[in-house]
Ligand binder design. Structure first.
Ligand code: AMP
Length: 193
């Protein structure tokens, strides 16, 4: 794996632990020789993760829709900042450039982004790992709901288990390095459980 994409809040959230986790994530990605791909903004946790990766000597690529350039305030210190025509182009380019996807704490934008790449993995469009960094239990309720979906028969266990979960970026990256995508994507085998 050469590039890790981080999805995270354009806000900081309430706990200092979220910003600390974003700092550690950026640093750990860089120190482990990975390139950071992210949404290109300098606000909230997005800016924090990028600044930390740059400070640790890492390479950082941002992808920002032109329409959000002012609103999200593009980061001027990146190795590359791609300005694209739409949110769809942004997510497609981020997915193409990346070999794994981490969701740090964030809002609905963060959820949309990680769920989209996870569902692409479910369909067999890629075999890249997706995971949640569960800082201070931020994702506990979401993970419980995902278990509920599985119990209620809307998500297959093999698909539910694709989502990696860890308490530290080191732990998540270690899981990513060992990750093997399910051999049969969702739509190939109807009876897969
Ligand atoms: P948030 O987690 O809501 O703070 O947003 C984090 C990132 O997700 C920001 O870069 C937003 O531009 C992006 N985002 C917000 N809404 C959407 C959406 N509907 N689809 C894709 N990305 C989004």
């Amino acid at each position: 794996m050469k590039s890790i994409c981080v999805f995270c809040g354009s806000s900081f959230g309430t706990l200092e632990a979220y910003a600390e986790a974003a700092k550690t994530t950026g640093r750990v990605i860089a120190e482990n020789g990975y390139r950071l791909v992210y949404g290109g903004a300098k606000v909230g946790l997005m800016g924090t993760v990028a600044d930390a990766a740059l400070a640790a000597g890492g390479e950082v690529i941002g992808v920002l829709p032109k329409s959000l350039e002012d609103k999200e305030i593009g980061h001027e210190g990146l190795n590359e900042l791609h300005l694209v025509g739409s949110m769809h182009e942004r997510k497609a380019l981020m997915a193409d450039l990346s070999d794994g996807f981490i969701a740090l704490p964030g809002g609905v934008g963060t959820l949309e982004e990680i769920f989209e790449v996870w569902t692409w993995g479910q369909l067999g469009y890629h075999e890249k790992p997706c995971g949640f960094l569960n800082i201070e239990g931020y994702y506990d309720h979401l993970l419980s709901f995902l278990d509920h979906q599985t119990q209620e028969g809307f998500t297959k266990k093999v698909m539910r288990d694709m989502a990696q979960v860890a308490l530290t970026p080191e732990g998540l990256i270690d899981q990513f390095e060992k990750y093997k995508a399910p051999s049969t994507p969702k739509w190939i085998k109807k009876d897969e459980t």
